[in-house]
Ligand binder design. Structure first.
Ligand SMILES: O=C(O)C(=O)C[C@H](O)[C@H](O)COP(=O)(O)O
Length: 217
């Protein structure tokens, strides 16, 4: 899939579900539940046992392109390559890694590295990151976006860490192109309540849409 199409689909939805699970079955159920709630962006993390196989299974299941499937917690280029060959459409990491950026650029796959300072944001953008993940976002709160956008109005950001359905509007209004959400979105999995995940995803999406509508007034 073209890099431009991946980025458009991710930002059109605005929500990327960070999927952590104890096993492949649970990871697939969480991903399905998020998609059913309208969250088309899925970040399958490499803390899931056999993550590359889960990515391959989801890529096959959703070969129609309905799910924009990425890999998370990618710490190095070896893992990024494994994820891309398994079918990942984008790569997310908790911190910037230059070799991973290079690998992703080679395959023309979006790389979204975690950045916690303005220096890291600039370094990541210089290495070709189209969207930078602001992580851990709850360390700063939405105000950090305005601070970064002052000198860097061109920065496209995706805060991750502590984002939930109730604070997502503040992040969108601050000017981010998408958010990443893990525990607040997928906590239903702990009790096997996958419907709760779908409902939470729906609320997330509704709140993102409402915040965007307000911005465009
Ligand atoms: O794996 C990575 O690359 C990450 O760094 C993602 C973090 O696990 C998320 O920040 C989850 O955060 P919560 O939404 O607060 O659960």
């Amino acid at each position: 899939m073209l890099k431009e199409d991946v980025l458009k689909k991710l930002t059109d939805c605005g929500l990327v579900a960070v999927v952590r699970a104890n096993n492949a079955e649970e990871a697939i159920k969480i991903s399905d539940a998020c998609l059913a709630g309208g969250c088309t962006g899925i970040e399958l993390t490499f803390t899931v046992p056999g993550a590359d196989k889960v990515i391959a299974a989801l890529a096959e299941k959703y070969s129609n392109g309905e799910m924009m499937l990425g890999a998370g917690t990618v710490l190095d280029p070896e893992t990024a390559r494994m994820a891309i060959l398994a079918g990942a459409n984008f790569i997310v990491s908790p911190a910037f890694n230059a070799e991973t950026a290079k690998l992703c650029n080679r395959y023309r796959v979006p790389y979204m590295p975690g950045c916690a300072t303005i220096t890291e944001v600039i370094t990541a953008m210089e290495a070709g990151a189209d969207i930078v993940k602001i992580f851990p976002a709850d360390l700063y709160g939405p105000k950090i976006i305005k601070d970064i956008k002052g000198p860097l109005p061109q920065a496209q950001m995706m805060p991750t860490g502590g984002v939930d359905k109730d604070n997502v509007a503040d992040w969108i209004k601050a000017g981010v192109v998408a958010v990443g959400a893990g525990s607040s979105l997928t906590k239903g999995a702990k009790t096997g309540d996958y419907n709760a995940i779908t409902e939470t995803a729906k609320e997330f999406i509704a709140n993102i849409k409402a915040a965007r509508a307000e911005l465009n007034k």
